[in-house]
Design a binder for this molecule. Structure first.
Ligand code: PSV
Ligand code: MN
Length: 431
């Protein structure tokens, strides 16, 4: 049976009834922005040039520790996950890369996988290791830690897994390994806080030594969960200390959901940029903890402020500034393809709004200590509805004016449901 794919005819059909309204809205916004001194075509080029990787694990339904409610037509293998990523890319046109997770995406034909992705216009971004779960048949358990475990044999197993991930990443054309560990403790006194960090550094040194030329390692911090009292790499400070000790190939990855409430993430970004240590992002959003909701769905202002720092750093050509942009989210109640498109567009929106900030005026207001003036310059950009701009960027790249509406109209999910009979044993998503 040949597999259903979304083609340009379906996208054109979806766009046709929306074109007149789009033109009118785009022209109206275009004249407002032109009056403010923006070059519209240049803006669209910059918006279209920004891309973000889709997490392979994001195309399956996620779950919580209370349960998982699988959706219809979920992908059953990395090849089918790539097909869903291709559907996303065909509609939004800003997601040409996929970030794989090992062992979830282990397969026996990596050249075939690369070709499968290439044929769909996709390639691979950073490969993620997983020593936060035990796998069937695994010799030593990670229940009490992995890279920081008190037992050297368990640490060795975790180190070897990361080195295996680098090997798989090489076959896929990746250039970075992302390491997030769940190591930590649940009760005061359970773990020697200094000893655990020392063991992390020693383990990471071995992984670092295995990085091929041109590769980097991204250290991902997270303040709690699954460890509820202390986490070894809990914050950007620990991440930065480790990355500094390891060397120039080690940088700090910011997952937006991995901070306590109200933490000023944009300032963390600015600090990491300043010292050439910003690895990149796992975009998502949250209200309480690591909620893994769609990017910009709870706090779009924060996303905008992060992008403002990124635009500033890009224009300043900050040293070592070459972040990897990736999404990391979990879909418990939405269609994963729709949610990932939703995030990709929210990210594009925040970027477009940040491009509108009059940085010259802002600098002048800051120098003059004009607090309200400076705030207003930022808010003017944030309040601008850039929907027609990002829709135009998609249109010019062959994408959909309204990706979610077009996705639904193609019947993709229903077709995949028929094509992909679910096996009871398959656990997609994060949990
Ligand atoms: C941990 O919460 C995390 O953010 C890491 O990036 C993992 O690799 C990912 O989620 C999937 O569990
Ligand atoms: Mn993450």
């Amino acid at each position: 049976m040949s597999e259903f794919t979304i083609d340009s005819t379906m996208i054109d059909e979806g766009n046709r009834p929306l074109l007149d309204d789009h033109r009118a809205e785009f022209d109206a916004l275009g004249s407002i922005l032109a009056r403010r001194g923006h070059d519209i075509d240049r803006l669209i080029e910059r918006i279209a040039a920004f891309t973000v990787a889709v997490p392979s694990w994001g195309v399956g339904t996620g779950g919580t520790r209370f349960g998982r409610f699988p959706g219809p037509g979920e992908p059953r293998s990395i090849f089918e996950k790539i097909d869903d990523c291709a559907a996303i890319q065909s509609l939004v046109r800003s997601t040409p890369t996929v970030s794989p997770h090992i062992p979830w995406d282990r397969c026996d034909d990596y050249p075939g996988l690369v070709e499968h992705a290439r044929a769909r216009g996709l390639s691979f971004d950073a490969v993620n290791s997983n020593t936060f779960q035990d796998q069937p048949g695994q010799e030593l358990s990670y229940k009490f830690g992995s890279l920081c475990h008190s037992d050297p044999a368990t640490r060795k197993q975790a180190i070897e897994h990361n080195i295996e991930c680098i090997g798989i990443g090489r076959k896929l054309g990746s250039k970075a390994l992302t390491v997030w560990i769940a190591d930590g403790s649940n009760f005061p006194g359970q773990q020697d806080l200094t000893g655990a960090f020392d063991r992390y550094l020693a383990s990471m040194q071995e992984i670092y030594a295995a990085l091929p030329d041109g590769w980097q390692v991204f250290l991902e911090h997270k303040f709690y969960e699954p460890a509820f009292y202390s986490t070894v790499i809990a914050d950007w400070g620990s991440s930065f200390m480790a990355a500094s000790e390891l060397g120039p190939k080690a940088k700090c990855l910011v997952d937006l959901g991995h901070h306590a409430a109200n933490v000023n993430i944009e300032q963390i970004v600015a600090r990491l940029v300043r010292f050439g240590k910003l690895a990149g992002f796992h975009f998502n959003d949250s209200k309480y903890g690591d909620d893994d909701l769609d990017a910009g769905s709870i706090n779009p202002f924060q996303l905008f402020l992060v992008f403002h720092e990124l635009v500033l750093a890009g224009e300043r050509r900050a040293d070592g500034f070459e972040p990897a942009y990736m999404i990391d989210q979990s879909h418990n109640v939405t269609d994963p393809v729709e949610s990932l498109m939703d995030s990709a567009m929210a990210i594009q929106r925040a970027h477009a709004q940040a491009l509108l900030v009059d940085r010259h005026q802002l600098g002048a207001a800051q120098d003059a200590n004009d607090t309200i003036g400076a705030r207003d310059i930022l808010m003017r950009a944030f309040r601008c509805d850039v929907s027609p701009l990002i829709a135009e960027a998609r249109l010019r790249s062959g994408g959909a004016l309204d990706p979610i509406r077009t996705f639904r109209a193609t019947g993709y999910r229903q077709k995949k449901d028929a094509e992909r009979p679910q096996q009871a044993s398959f656990g997609g998503g994060i949990v």
